[in-house]
Design a protein around this ligand. Sequence first.
Ligand SMILES: Cc1cc2nc3c(=O)[nH]c(=O)nc-3n(C[C@H](O)[C@H](O)[C@H](O)COP(=O)(O)OP(=O)(O)OC[C@H]3O[C@@H](n4cnc5c(N)ncnc54)[C@H](O)[C@@H]3O)c2cc1C
Length: 381
Amino acid sequence: MQKSWDVIVIGAGVAGGLAAFDCARRGLRVLLVEKRSFPRWKVCGCCFNANALAALTAAGLPDLISDQGAVPLDQLRIGWNGMALNLRLPAGWALSRERFDQALVNAAETAGATVRFETSAVLQETSTAGRMVQLRPPGGAPVQRIKARVVLIAAGLQHQVLAHFHEASSKSTPKSRIGAGSFISDDSSSYEFGAIHMAIGRHGYVGLVRREDGALNMAAAFDRDVIKGDGGVARAAEVVLNQAGFALPQNLESSRWQLTSALTRRAGLFSGHRFFLLGDSSGYVEPFTGEGMAWALAAGAAVAPFVEEAQGEWTKDLEQRWRRRLVDLTISRQRLCRLLSTLLRQPLTTKALFSLGCQWPAIPQRIIIRLNQVSPSMKSS
Ligand SMILES: Cc1cc2nc3c(=O)[nH]c(=O)nc-3n(C[C@H](O)[C@H](O)[C@H](O)COP(=O)(O)OP(=O)(O)OC[C@H]3O[C@@H](n4cnc5c(N)ncnc54)[C@H](O)[C@@H]3O)c2cc1C
């Protein structure tokens, strides 16, 4: 293992995978480290929107989603209290994270990046014109210390990469919901290909979509208390689906769910001496609008010029400009999602919004179109 790199990318999710690809194709020496083995399943709705595609296109991978056999999505069906609202989706694709994240890593490797799986990374002290990183390889092999001119932290919602930096710890919003995900085989005709089904209940919501392999992917957010109750997460999902008026998928009872930490959280910082944060590591809001991957990909597609610049001197100005870029690309776009998630927690507001939407579907349709509008800052990256 080489001891010194131009950039070490920590985390091979959507943000890290795309950043590693873009840095490698610019000729930088890239090491991408991922603590899990791939391909790996992860809690996610698996739905990509027009902004996600725009970020991939900006980075030079316009066909990555379609080449992996993604299912085109053109319908959004929202259920609440036995009523259904059917809306048109201007653009969307469903693709499992096993396939998508693996395809990104393959692209990064082909572009010249070195990839290490089952390797956990922790950020350490600065050293001459660089930053040290500790790597814990698999199988009890000795811990390694290596150096990079720049480190990209793309380690997701909750991680230990900044364990030595107390000021950097992210904070979750009080009462933030917990994420949960599962996928099951279901041969019923209730959940057709090409549609996102969103069930809204009193204590959470569940999104269901058919993946490219026909399995039914379920991704949800619940109030903390309900998943502690009898029957755990599968029961909480059943309650939400019943409240929404959706059919119960086959095998729901025996489904196995994985949980996330509290979903809505703010990062303690966006960068520090010779490192940048991106993707969920730089802050996240509840996934109601299903845009997290688009935000993470946008950051992944935007960071390489900063990394190139940082091969020379590191300046505070670079940190400030990365912060502004992140605000532009992701944080400002999270406002609408935060607003919708907050409103949908109030039963009276939900009722009013749903009745309004059923009476004038043009209103929610406009929101959907707005969410799918490619941000001008994405076009310019
Ligand atoms: C319930 C739910 C539904 C969602 N639905 C959608 C949706 O439909 N559409 C959408 O666009 N977004 C959705 N999202 C959001 C989306 O999943 C995330 O925003 C996205 O995965 C963020 O990508 P990332 O690269 O920042 O992090 P991740 O994809 O989480 O990747 C981080 C990677 O870093 C690795 N890692 C962590 N620590 C270390 C370490 N110390 N060393 C090495 N590697 C490490 C992890 O193993 C992981 O592979 C959903 C999220 C949830 C919770």
